[in-house]
Design a protein around this ligand. Structure first.
Ligand SMILES: [Zn+2]
Length: 316
């Protein structure tokens, strides 16, 4: 790659501790900034501050990540913040994370915006209990994924509420009803369960089913009409609390099995020749401790594994 004279004064792959500030910083994801004591500032704000003769420059390690020119050195770091390395800083910097990543409460807005612009015939929200971003990555599933932060407690109730009710407290089923979408649900939980009630509010009880086949039928029989289907699957949360024989391998196999079922669902949707959207995510992740005899998985606390869930979008 040729670099034009004056364009870059310094462009090299650096370790964070070698970087001299102020500078421009090329970075894969801004969350990496939490591993440093750098102060993130926009190009415009930085130069406004520098050009103002009445203002003394604060003693901070400024880095600019949004725009580059010849005025400062440019560094590039190759760092992925979405690994268990995040556990080193997650408690201390917890309050800053929402600034840099998408959260569960943003998912509903994404769905509503998508429906508003593309009006797919079928919208599916597929909730997998206890699937962490990290376990998803380790299972090597072919779908692209984005890490999503759990707002607040990493419990089933809080995570599901974040996703289904979003920022304004209105359930997705109600939001989509305004666009003419009829609501359906699938859960293995008893309808009388308190959480089922919260999760499936605004979906008629007669439209809530237990089996995959019921949902497949609805898709095929109503292929011309607009529908919203909310699916809740036990995923890995059950294993975390009960099974003795849970292992890394059994977790990966379970995730593969879940996605084989999702592939079947996708194939059925493809056969309808109608546009659709499938949004897959989880209430919280699980932190596994395989040295334990029982209850090898836990959640409810703050860790990278518990606080980051996957977001997978399948369009057709
Ligand atoms: Zn859960």
């Amino acid at each position: 790659m040729s670099i034009e004279y004056g364009e870059y004064r310094n462009n090299c792959k650096e370790k964070m501790e070698k970087i001299k500030t102020p500078c421009y910083l090329k970075i894969k994801h801004k969350l990496s900034l939490l591993f440093s004591d750098f102060e993130d500032i926009s190009y415009n704000d930085f130069w406004l501050m520098v050009d103002n003769p009445n203002k003394k420059l604060p003693q901070k390690k400024f880095v600019i990540t949004d725009k580059f020119d010849y005025r400062l050195p440019i560094y590039e770091i190759n760092h992925n913040p979405f690994t268990p390395e995040l556990n080193k800083i997650i408690s201390e910097k917890y309050h800053l994370i929402e600034k840099y990543v998408k959260t569960q409460r943003d998912i509903k807005d994404y769905i509503v915006d998508y429906v508003n612009t593309k009006t797919p015939k079928t919208v599916i929200l597929y909730l997998i209990d206890g699937l962490s971003y990290w376990d998803y990555i380790n299972a090597s599933i072919k779908y692209n994924v984005e890490p999503i932060f759990v707002n607040g407690k990493t419990t089933t109730e809080n995570g599901l509420k974040n996703i289904v009710y979003g920022k304004n407290g209105i359930p997705i089923a109600k939001e989509l009803y305004k666009f003419g979408y009829k609501g359906y649900g699938q859960t293995y939980w008893n309808r009388k369960n308190k959480l089922t009630d919260i999760l499936f509010r605004y979906i008629s009880e007669k439209n809530i089913f237990y089996y995959d086949e019921n949902i497949h039928d609805i898709i095929v029989k109503n292929k011309q009409s607009k529908k919203y289907i909310q699916i809740y699957k036990i995923g890995l949360d059950d294993d975390a609390h009960k099974l003795r024989e849970v292992s890394k391998k059994s977790i990966i196999n379970k995730i593969k099995e879940i996605f084989e079922n999702i592939n079947i669902l996708r194939d059925i949707l493809n056969q309808t020749n109608q546009p659709y959207l499938i949004v897959i995510t989880a209430d919280h992740g699980i932190k596994w401790d395989f040295t334990k005899k029982y209850r090898k998985g836990s959640h409810g606390n703050i860790s990278f594994e518990e606080c980051f869930v996957p977001l997978i979008i399948i369009e057709g």
